[in-house]
Design a protein around this ligand. Sequence first.
Ligand SMILES: *Cc1c(COP(=O)(O)O)cnc(C)c1O
Length: 421
Amino acid sequence: MDHFLYRDGILHAEDVPLPDIAAAVGTPFYVYSTATLTRHYWLFDEALVGLDHLVCYAMKANSNQAILKLMAGLGAGVDVVSGGEYARARAAGFSGERIVFSGVGKTASEMHAALIGGIRQFNVESEPEMRALSEIAVSLGLTAPVTVRVNPDVDARTHEKIATGKSENKFGIPIGRAREVYAEAAALPGIEVVGIDVHIGSQLTDLDPFREAYLKVAALTRQLRADGHDIRRLDLGGGLGIPYERSNLAPPLPTEYGAVVHETVGDLGCEIEIEPGRLIAGNAGILVSSVIYVKSGEGRDFLILDSAMNDLIRPAMYGAYHDIVPVVEAAPGAEPHPYDIVGPVCESGDTFAKARSMPPVAAGDLVAFRSAGAYGAVMSSEYNSRPLIPEVLVQGDQHAVIRPRPTFDEMINRDTIPEWL
Ligand SMILES: *Cc1c(COP(=O)(O)O)cnc(C)c1O
């Protein structure tokens, strides 16, 4: 469920008509709903009731400071994957005890900064990383709390670019080698093993891979405890998918996911962390764009929008589907028309949809991409010197720009010219 609904034929974000925002900030823009973000956080939190738990929002899905501040205020933890994300988390008010640090290539300076600034745990992904972390912690006279990310070799049955739990993926250490790695970790100075971490992929639409992975983690917990390790925390990662295509079968709900957590690891007495990103932010945001031209091609009509692959790369990068709807609802009985929906960027890859059937629209009309709140703005670029598009947050009948569109001068002035030119 989200809070982008038609009222009197006009698509609204909560109580704000989208044409009002378009008039105020210009198109294209992203707009997010506070009510949806909040609701999704609580769904996860409630799904884990009865377990000592922390929902750590995976900010790589959407790391705008306003959204982070909202999450911090709800009591969430946060999952970061870079020094920049760590800095964003601190700036938004997350204390170190609420930040978990994931990622396969943490650098020495990133680990250093997180140790000094405070950290709940590092999710360590390799032995070289563990040794580097040990050295840095010792040099600072600090102890680094760690989990080891294990790769359970399960097929997440998702897009190949976002599957992370098969043995051929770069993530984690093979679960079969976990005992060895934990033995080394326990012997390293400056390292305190606190638990186990797993994350098998993103946009999962089926609970079976989660169940399979979590059962392996439960078995490993028992084994490692028998080996003498104090396994007291399980980080179960993120990955629950969202319904991008409304006509399709909906993916499992957070409550159903929570039931799998209870069923697989609920009896271990561990503190549970989960790291949802997409399900919190995805359906909490849409991208609003204007039609520049409707161009008749050979055997097809092109809808040329003012947004492009640089603003929302998911269709070009993953072949992803987004529902694209007119902001002003079509008149009853209007015949749907097939369009190739494209942006202005000079690449054929700049195509959002081919032969997409939608109500007829004309130049100047507004259209909205649904489910664009996660992996949208964060993956955007200024390719073709197209300014990063504004982000707007809505709450009830209020709206505020939470990242302005840069001017051309601001873009140009970020470059510097060497003195010899
Ligand atoms: C990407 C990622 C997540 C979030 O995944 P979603 O599919 O957005 O829920 C969580 N944890 C880790 C380690 C990740 O890399």
